[in-house]
Design a protein around this ligand. Structure first.
Ligand SMILES: [Zn+2]
Length: 407
C-alpha cells in the first residue's frame, strides 16, 4: 500500500535557496511542456501526419534543448524538470478520464514544489540527502517501514516540507480495530459527524474563528503598493495565516478518522456528491471548511491499515428521509428540519442520528450480502478482519478513484 508521510524540513539558507530554485525549474518545465503540448496538439489536429504530444516525447524534447537553451536547469537535480513533465502527463490522463479539469499553468508562489525519484534521495533517521545539496534536517523520522518511492519537496507559507511516498508491504504492526463492531457515520454541516451510537463531533470552524484576522490581513495587503517590500511582508503574513487555518482543519479531520478507524471495524458513510454540493453557495463554505472528501480518503486508508472496512452507501440512498425504526420513506425532508416524527410508527427522530442509524443498517446489509459469513462477524471486528474478507468487501468503498498518497 502506498502511503505518504509529510515531514517539516529545517533547511539552512543555502538549502532553502536551492529548494526555491528547484521548484522554479519544475514550474518552468511544467509550463514549457504545457505550452508545447497545446501547440503540438493543435498542429496534430491540423496535420494528422504529425505526432500527438505525450509526456515521454516532451521530456525527450526538453532534454535535447535544455543544455543549450536553459543551461540553468542543470544547476538543480534533473528530477525537477523531468518529474514535473511526468506530472503534467498524469494531469492530462485525469483530464481525459473526466476526473479533473484541464491543467493550468503553474504560478510562482502557488504550491511551489519539485519531486525526486527514489534513486535521488536517501533517508537516514531525521535527515534526507538530496543531490547537489547534502543532508537536510527533518523534524521527525519517517514513520512507515518500506520502500520509499518518491519525495516531493514543497513550500507552504514560509516553511518547506517533504512528502515521502512509501510502499509499505505490511501495516500489521498497527493494532487491529477495537471490538466496537460497525458504525454508521453521518457527515453533516453544523455537526461534523454523527455516529449511529448517538455520539456527535462538532465541526471545526477555524475559518470562521480566524476570519476577522483574515479579513484584516487581506485588506492590509490590498492597500500595499504593488511590488513594494511592505506588500511582500503582508503577503507572507497572510499566507502564514492561511496555513494555520489549514493545519487546524487537517488536525481535526486526522484525529477523527484515526479515532473511527481505531474503534470500529466497519464504518458506513454516505457517498456525498461533493462536487454537486459545492455548487450550492450556502453549503459551499461549511463543506470546504470540514473537507468531506479528505475525510473519506483518510478513513479509507486508515481502515485498510487496520484491517477494517469502509462501506460507502449508494449516492441515492435516502439516509435522512427514511425512518430507521419502520423503514417508511418520506417524500421530502427540508434541510432545515432537524427533528421529525414518523407518520407510520410515531418514532421521534433526530435528523442526523436517524441518518447514521440507516447507514449502520446499510453497512450491515452490505457486509452480509457480500460475504458468506454474516451477522456473527460484524459484531466482532477482530474475527472478521482477515485479509480475505477485506478484499471481498472492499469494492463497495472503491467506487471512486482516490489516491492514497497525498502530495
Ligand atoms: Zn417509522
Amino acid at each position: 500500500m502506498l502511503i505518504a508521510h509529510r515531514i517539516a524540513l529545517d533547511p539552512n539558507n543555502v538549502q532553502a535557496t536551492y529548494f526555491a530554485r528547484a521548484a522554479g525549474t519544475a514550474r518552468f518545465a511544467y509550463n514549457w511542456a504545457l505550452a508545447e503540448w497545446k501547440r503540438q496538439h493543435e498542429a496534430a489536429k491540423a496535420n494528422p501526419a504529425l505526432p500527438k504530444p505525450s509526456q515521454q516525447s516532451l521530456r525527450r524534447q526538453l532534454n535535447a534543448i535544455k543544455r543549450e537553451q536553459f543551461p540553468w536547469m542543470l544547476e538543480v537535480t534533473k528530477c525537477a524538470p523531468q518529474m514535473a513533465i511526468i506530472q503534467l502527463g498524469q494531469a492530462f490522463q485525469n483530464f481525459f478520464a473526466g476526473r479533473a479539469r484541464h491543467s493550468q499553468f503553474r504560478r510562482k508562489g502557488v504550491h511551489d514544489r519539485f519531486t525526486l525519484t527514489n534513486d535521488q534521495f536517501d533517508i537516514d533517521g531525521c535527515r534526507i540527502r538530496i543531490p547537489h545539496l547534502g543532508w537536510v534536517r527533518m523534524r521527525e523520522s519517517l514513520r512507515f517501514a518500506g520502500k520509499p518511492m518518491s519525495a516531493t519537496i514543497s513550500r507552504v507559507a514560509d516553511r518547506w516540507f517533504v512528502s515521502i511516498t512509501v510502499d509499505t508491504p505490511d501495516t500489521s504492526h498497527l493494532p487491529q480495530a477495537e471490538n466496537q463492531g460497525t458504525a454508521g457515520v453521518d457527515l453533516g454541516v453544523s455537526t461534523l459527524v454523527t455516529l449511529s451510537t448517538g455520539e456527535t463531533i462538532p465541526a471545526p470552524k477555524p475559518h470562521k474563528a480566524l476570519l476577522d484576522q483574515l479579513r484584516r490581513l487581506s485588506r492590509s495587503l490590498s492597500r500595499k503598493q504593488k511590488g513594494s517590500a511592505n506588500r511582500k511582508t503582508a503577503k507572507a503574513r497572510l499566507a502564514k495565516l492561511h496555513a494555520r487555518i489549514a493545519n487546524i482543519r487537517a488536525d481535526t479531520v486526522h484525529k477523527l478518522t484515526t479515532d473511527l478507524a481505531r474503534r470500529f471495524h466497519t464504518t458506513c458513510i454516505e457517498d456525498l456528491n461533493v462536487r454537486g454540493m459545492v455548487k450550492n453557495r450556502h453549503l459551499a463554505r461549511s463543506i470546504m471548511d470540514t473537507g468531506f472528501f479528505e475525510f473519506r480518503r483518510q478513513l479509507e486508508y486508515k481502515a485498510a491499515m487496520r484491517g477494517g472496512v469502509v462501506v460507502v452507501a449508494d449516492r441515492f440512498f435516502a439516509s435522512s428521509k427514511t425512518c430507521s425504526a419502520c423503514g417508511r420513506k418520506l417524500d421530502d425532508l427540508p434541510l432545515s428540519v432537524r427533528q421529525w416524527t414518523c407518520p407510520d410508527c410515531g418514532s421521534i427522530h433526530d435528523r442526523d442520528v436517524n441518518a447514521a442509524r440507516n447507514l449502520l443498517a446499510y453497512g450491515l446489509a452490505a457486509l452480509s450480502g457480500s460475504t458468506a459469513s454474516s451477522a456473527g462477524c460484524q459484531a466482532c471486528g477482530e474475527a472478521g478482519s482477515g485479509p480475505d474478507r477485506k478484499t471481498r468487501v472492499k469494492p463497495a468503498s472503491m467506487k471512486q478513484e482516490v489516491s492514497f498518497a497525498p502530495v
